[in-house]
Design a protein around this ligand. Structure first.
Ligand SMILES: [Zn+2]
Ligand SMILES: [Zn+2]
Length: 409
């Protein structure tokens, strides 16, 4: 019986969704019986509209790009409805923080009173990277008991994935898909270890980024195949240093392997890597550079910093420095070499608080002993090291003292 149930579950998991927008990574796995879904005709932010046969329950899903993410979007929607002149009252009945395998999701239920009567509203806000889907479902209060269950099931069936791009034909695919829906090319790298990582966290490793560039303001050259292939097992080794929860929360969608990274407005000096929050939480990395592994950890830290609101400002961190110290963003091109200035792990760390933290984090991930030795007799650096570990643990509780000890062994 158990085996049969498992087989059935496997089937439902692999069954194609009843609705999908590959370009947005949005899918509805299964519609509740008696519900109809419509795609809007014109090019709009509405992804689909839905209603039941009786026409009592209606709803629509809207795709929103940029910040804020799920919770901020839910608050913003509530605020707008409360301000609306037609609204007499909006009462929050229930809130559930959902725990999707990846990303962030929230479900809220309200009762809305207007001159026309009372309606119940069920809202789902689900975010991946910098994109959020807002699904609002409603019905008159007297019909709510009948429609609520199927509507809740509908919110459970909504999936939000990262968007991958096929290296062969450029078509968009939903993150985690094994092969391109357009040309059937494999979307996973060949290396087993990194393929598992890629599938598990929906992080696409792009060995040939030619069809994905430019991405935002960033461009570059495709690396030699040999360099890209050689990078994969080493990337697999580095990502093994993190607990799964870290990647569930950082929400990176793609890692593009490049050489000669270029910006539209070039900064002074060479760019080794870049963490992009828009579009689509992607990382670009020059795989021909010597410091590439420290750089990966550095960039992963930036993604940690982006969640949940993309503010990397941190007054508490700045205050850990000696009185009167100012970060200097013109040090952008400074080398990653050891800093001779007390309180900083590298020269580049003096460029800003986000870089300071990312540099120290990279050092911790690569060589804790070095971080410890440097912190001896350097009170500022010692304070920063302690605070950094706190920040990381707040973000990912499994990255605690024991975690650091286990990496040290
Ligand atoms: Zn393709
Ligand atoms: Zn950085």
């Amino acid at each position: 019986m158990l085996a049969a149930a498992f087989a059935l579950w496997m089937q439902t998991q692999s069954a194609p969704p009843e609705f999908a927008r590959e370009d947005l990574g949005i899918a509805v796995r299964r519609l509740p019986e008696g519900y109809r879904l419509r795609k809007p005709d014109e090019d709009s932010d509405v992804v689909f509209e839905i209603s039941d046969e009786a026409g009592k329950a209606t709803g629509s899903a809207v795709h929103l790009a940029g910040w804020p993410r799920a919770r901020g979007r839910a608050d913003a929607w509530e605020g707008a409805v409360r301000k609306d002149r037609a609204t007499r009252s909006l009462r929050l009945v229930k809130e559930e923080v959902l725990a999707p395998a990846l990303g962030e999701a929230l479900r809220r239920e309200w009762v809305l009173e207007t001159a026309e009567g009372s309606r119940c509203i069920l809202g789902l806000f689900v975010s991946r990277g910098d994109r959020t889907l807002r699904l609002l479902l409603q019905a008159p209060q007297d019909a709510w008991d009948r429609v609520r269950d199927p509507l809740v099931r509908l919110t459970d069936a909504v999936e939000m994935h990262h968007v991958w791009r096929c290296a062969a034909c450029g078509a968009a695919a939903m993150g985690g898909t094994a092969s391109c829906p357009q040309c059937a090319a494999s979307l996973y790298p060949r290396d087993d270890r990194i393929r598992d990582f890629s599938r598990k966290f929906e992080i696409q490793i792009v060995l040939d980024p030619s069809r994905s560039l430019p991405i935002g303001d960033v461009s570059g050259e495709a690396p030699a195949r040999r360099d890209a292939e050689a990078f994969c097992p080493m990337l697999a080794r580095e990502v093994k240093k993190y607990p799964d929860d870290f990647f569930r929360r950082v929400d990176v969608g793609r890692i593009l392997l490049l050489r000669d990274i270029r910006f539209k407005n070039p900064p002074p000096g060479k760019v080794l890597a870049f963490a992009m929050y828009h579009p689509r939480f992607a990382m670009v990395i020059d795989v021909t550079e010597k410091q590439k592994f420290a750089t990966i950890h550095h960039e992963f830290f930036h993604f940690l910093d982006f969640v949940p609101d993309y503010s990397t400002k941190d007054g508490d961190w700045v205050a850990l420095n000696e009185k009167g110290f100012r970060y200097d963003s013109t040090l952008w091109a400074e080398s990653l070499a050891e800093s001779k200035v007390k309180g900083f792990i590298s020269q580049y760390a003096r460029a800003g608080e986000a870089e300071d933290k990312a540099e120290l984090f990279a050092c911790l991930m690569m060589d804790q002993k070095r971080a410890r030795v440097r912190a001896q007799g350097d009170a500022v650096l010692a304070r920063k090291l302690a605070r950094l570990k706190e920040i990381v643990r707040e973000f990912c509780p499994k990255m605690d003292d024991e975690h650091w000890r286990s990496l040290d062994r």
